[in-house]
Every structure is written in C-alpha cells, then in structure tokens.
Write a protein that binds this ligand. Sequence first.
Ligand code: ATP
Ligand code: NMN
Length: 336
Amino acid sequence: MADSASSISPSSKELRSDMTMATNIARAAASAANSNTSGVRLVYSTSSTWPFSPSSSSSSSTNTIDIAVLDSSFNPPSRAHLALLLSPPILARPKRTYDGHLLLFSTQNADKGSGKPGDASLSQRVEMMTLMAKDVERIQSASGYPANVAVGLVDKPLIFAKSTLTWDLLKQQQSHDQHSRAAAASPRLHWVVGFDTLYRVFQLKYYASAPEFEQQCSQFFEKERTTFVCARRDPSSYPQTAADGEEQGGDAKEKARRGEDKLLESEYVAPWVREGSIGMLDIDPEQAKMSSTRIRSLLKDESVGEDGKREQLRGLVPPSLVEYLIESRVYRDDGV
Ligand SMILES: Nc1ncnc2c1ncn2[C@@H]1O[C@H](COP(=O)(O)OP(=O)(O)OP(=O)(O)O)[C@@H](O)[C@H]1O
Ligand SMILES: NC(=O)c1ccc[n+]([C@@H]2O[C@H](COP(=O)(O)O)[C@@H](O)[C@H]2O)c1
C-alpha cells in the first residue's frame, strides 16, 4: 500500500487547488483556535457525515467502522507517517483497508508543551495535514477503496484522553444521523503509532496514579474496544527509550528489538497483547528510518540547493508536501 503513494502525485492543477483549500482551512482553524471549545474539532473531512459515509458502511463486511488514527506533530509529516496511516488493518481482519482515516494534531504536546521556536505554526501544520489528507484520498481511490478521511485538532496531550474525546465525537456524529445505517454501526479506533509512542503511553509518570492509569486502560481497551497498531521503528530515527538503554550488547537494532519484546511482555502491556488489542507491524525498512527531525534538518541545510532538496523530499514526504515545503520556506526562515 505504501508503494502506491509513489504513483499518485497530484497534477499541478490539483495541487494548486488543494493548496488554496488547505490555506483557507488553516486560516479558519487558526482563527477558531482561541475559542473555548474543548474536544476534537474536525477542520476537514471527505464528507460531512465522516466517518459514517454511506460508502464506508456499505463496504464493510461487518457492522464495525474501523478507523485508523494517526496522532502526530505533523512537523512535517513523512512517508513513514503515510505508511502508518495506510497500513493494513491488522487488528480488523479480514478487511483490506480501514473504513476511515483520521489525522489528529494535539495543540498541547505531552513533553514539549505548545512547541519550540522554529517549529511549524498551527496554520502550517493544518495546511500540511490537509494536503496529506488529500494524498490519502487519492491513494485510496487509486487502490479501488473508498476515501473517507478527516483532519482534527484536540487540546489534550495524552492518547487515552484524546481517544475518549475522539470516541465522544463519533458518538455525537452518530446521534445526528439516527435514520441511516450509521446509527447501527459501531465505530472502532485503531491508533497507528511507532514504538517510541507505545512505550510512552505505558509510562506511569504521565498519569496521576496507578489506579487512574488502569482505569484509563480499561476505558480505552475494554469499554471503547480501541487498539494500538505499533510499527517497529529503526532506532536511528528516534531518541533511545529507557527500554533500549537497559539492554546490553549487540547492535542498536537488536537492542531495540529486545526493548520492544520487554515492553510487550511487561505487566501492564502483556494482557492487551494477548487480547489482540495491541499488534506489531513492520513497515518498509527505509521508511522505518525516517523522522520529522531529519526532514527539518534537510530543509534548514544551506549546503543543499532547492533542486537537491526537492529531489530528496520526494522520497521523504507525502507527494503533495514536496512543493509545499519548498514554497512555504517553513523551518528555513526566522534563523532556526
Ligand atoms: N520512521 C517511523 N517508523 C515508525 N513510526 C514512526 C516513524 N516516524 C514516526 N513514527 C510514529 O509516528 C507518530 C507521530 O510521530 P511524530 O510526529 O512525533 O514524528 P517524529 O518523526 O518522531 O517527529 P520528531 O522527529 O520531530 O520527533 C509516532 O507514533 C511515531 O512513533
Ligand atoms: N502517555 C501518553 O499518552 C503519551 C506520552 C507522550 C507522548 N505521547 C504521544 O506521542 C505522540 C508523539 O509525541 P512527540 O511529538 O512528543 O514525539 C504525541 O502525539 C502523543 O500523543 C503520548
């Protein structure tokens, strides 16, 4: 599926029209950012009834609507993020694709607050998310699947809380649509994450107490039937987790693999692995090495010219992002 991304570059007319739409959406999202609403706010969706489009419910062989959630800083999105979002629904077999896709950005990060100077602004992230959503729509259609994508913003940093807010939004959308097939469908969220994120979700330091963490696990896995689909990440692409650091000897990849096994076998994680609520995924090894940090460094690198940057970006970011990153000069100005 990730390979099909290479063959769906938008025409320049499509790209211009998507960029204009993305800018308008970003403007509206930024001007509403200070309003006091909490929860998940959709700023773009393929259809107004997302995720309950008629095509998604009728194409499902079960009455469950399985939705992949890519929760990211979008700073900027990479081909690895695209591969995660378009990965096969390993915990929703025999489906060959998710019924819906959600790109979600938290305006508050668990470890970095509201961001670092030199990061992309909220408007730029919404623009990039919208362009990526349009790429996902094109890839799904080119693969013969219905396109059913949304872009959302949320003001909570931790996944369990964000997931419940996403769940609340789905229930709300469903209650507006009493008479369609959607009313009988049961949505299920699948958080597509890399190993570093799965590791952090299970660190007690993020929660007020162990009982509160356990209550949130139970709400996420049991009440809402949500899952984690976790991609193995090349250790060169992210700062070491404590789990990797404790492992002695061997090369970095072996250490990372042992760190993964250790987490999956640990007290708080193993029961959900056994239940089939956490699954591991291998993505393309080149994509597993990617990080947003590396893409930001490339964009800032004054020794690489515009054509060189464009060439490298083609392999690193979703198709519509290549021109956007060059033209917007994001990460390059302001001396950062
Ligand atoms: N190369 C990759 N392989 C597998 N998962 C990845 C990869 N890159 C990012 N992810 C996952 O995608 C999700 C969003 O990641 P995030 O936006 O923090 O990107 P990042 O590349 O890690 O960013 P940065 O380099 O700025 O820290 C996380 O769950 C992360 O683990
Ligand atoms: N305990 C948690 O739920 C927890 C902690 C830290 C990061 N995260 C997630 O990891 C994702 C990536 O975070 P960074 O941008 O900090 O790498 C974030 O979107 C966040 O949701 C979750």
